[in-house]
Design a protein around this ligand. Structure first.
Ligand SMILES: *Cc1c(COP(=O)(O)O)cnc(C)c1O
Length: 427
């Protein structure tokens, strides 16, 4: 379908969605760990990255962990114990309790609820920020007034409506776990994300805005919580002469070698954000006259622009059918769909990605509740189509949206060719 003219020739080296961007100091700190033999989960690099996170985000305490998921897990455990008290061994801290969760997100936001025995209930997405819809959250409390915990993510580095969500949480006496895994460095009303939840988590996974190859952090203003997380993450050893255990433990602490990578990356956070912002703006300008929009930037937010995404206008969508694992579409003049655009991008050796498939559409969570702002998610009807013929917001963005190659190292020329290829899809 694509002419093999110059623009359509594949790139010699792949343009990634978002790959690690190293600078050199990472290696220095890793070697330092090696040469001083702090090849464990103790050392200067760990202390330094915790200090850097506290300084950047503006919270009081940071605990470096093996992943963002580990951090979310311990956040759920803290929340569960505070809300419901300690449970018997082997029974999660959220056992049997419903938890309101972002719906359009990575499953790592939600799985830790289940690790602690909780029941995720999904809250529909809003168009303004592509994050949890406060109106749907309010509706959910009408239906399930007993819920005491909310897990909310800032997708693609764009903060959600934190003030509204906090007001609703306070009204119902609920706590918030803030999943800022994708949004390190983003601000909401001038304040860094990672400050708004009762428990906050960030990630240094390989494709995030800065990386340790893996790793994550728990952020808090509570010394007690920080101490608990540090203790739990190192097998819950008591302060005793031998290995003494009063609580269940985990092996979740960050390695000092990994921390060396994060330490080398931290000074480049702002540079990465600037590069990602320029990528976003070039797509926005280059796609301006097409029937598409970029992922939204709500007022009073400065995202970290982690991934650039686009969404196709409703009337410019060609027919596209997605099964559980495959997709089909019918090409049409003047129209396109995410499947066609992703194929086109991939044909020139660049990597795009579908939008996070909403959790309420995932087979693993098919039995869990789902609430839209009309209140009529799953439960009233098991179809996604509402009575008025529209679908919920999460499905709609999933059907019409996609993530564009957003690597820090993409060149202006490469991005120009990607824009050209997208343009061709609408011819
Ligand atoms: C990456 C990510 C996580 C998990 O972080 P890991 O460090 O990969 O465990 C959690 N939530 C969201 C929204 C993420 O994007």
């Amino acid at each position: 379908m694509f002419n093999k003219d110059d623009n359509m020739k594949p790139f010699d080296s792949k343009v990634w969605l978002s790959s690690p961007t190293m600078h050199g100091e990472e290696l220095k700190y890793m070697i330092e760990a090696f040469e001083t033999n702090w090849m464990s989960t103790v050392g200067v690099n760990i202390n330094e990255v915790e200090r850097m996170a506290v300084e950047k985000v503006g919270c009081k305490y940071a605990v470096a962990l093996s992943s963002g998921t580990a951090s979310l897990h311990l956040a759920m455990k803290l929340a569960g114990e505070r809300l419901y008290g300690q449970t018997d061994l082997g029974k999660g801290a959220l056992a049997g309790h419903r938890v309101f969760c972002s719906d359009m997100t990575f499953d790592a936001t939600v799985n830790p609820v289940v690790y602690e025995g909780g029941i995720p209930m999904f809250i529909d997405t809003e168009y303004d920020s592509w994050n949890m819809d406060p109106a749907a959250l309010e509706k959910a409390f009408e239906i399930y007034p007993e819920v005491k915990l909310i897990v909310t993510a800032h997708l693609y580095g764009t903060p959600g409506k934190i003030d509204e969500i906090r007001a609703i949480a306070d009204k119902h006496g609920a706590l918030i776990v803030e999943d800022a895994a994708e949004s390190l460095g983003a601000t909401y009303k001038g304040k860094q994300t990672g400050n708004f939840g009762d428990y906050c988590c960030i990630s240094f996974n390989g494709n995030k805005i800065i990386t340790g190859s893996s790793g994550g952090m728990f952020l808090t203003d509570s010394k007690d919580d920080a101490d608990k997380v540090r203790k739990w993450s190192t097998q819950s050893r008591e302060d005793a002469f031998w290995y003494q255990h009063e609580e269940l433990g985990y092996n979740y602490r960050m390695s000092n070698v990994i921390a060396g990578v994060v330490r080398g990356q931290f000074p480049y956070l702002e540079e990465h954000i600037q590069q990602k912002k320029e990528i976003y703006e070039r797509y926005r300008d280059g796609l301006k006259d097409l029937p598409v929009s970029m992922n939204p930037i709500p007022e009073e937010c400065e995202p970290n622009y982690w991934l650039s995404c686009l969404i196709i206008d409703k009337d410019a969508m060609c027919q596209q059918v997605r099964g559980e694992k495959e997709a089909l579409y019918i090409p049409e003049h003047g129209k396109s769909c995410p499947t066609e655009i992703l194929e086109a991008i991939s044909s020139i050796n660049a990597e795009g990605r579908p939008i996070w498939k909403p959790m309420h559409m995932q087979p693993i969570y098919r039995m869990n509740g789902f609430v839209t702002r009309e209140g009529n998610g799953r439960g009233r009807s098991n179809a996604y189509i509402k009575e008025n013929g529209t679908v919920d917001v999460g499905i709609d963005i999933f059907e019409r949206g996609l993530c564009l190659p957003s690597d820090n190292k993409i060149t202006v020329e490469e991005q120009g060719r990607i824009i050209e290829v997208i343009r061709k899809c609408f011819e």
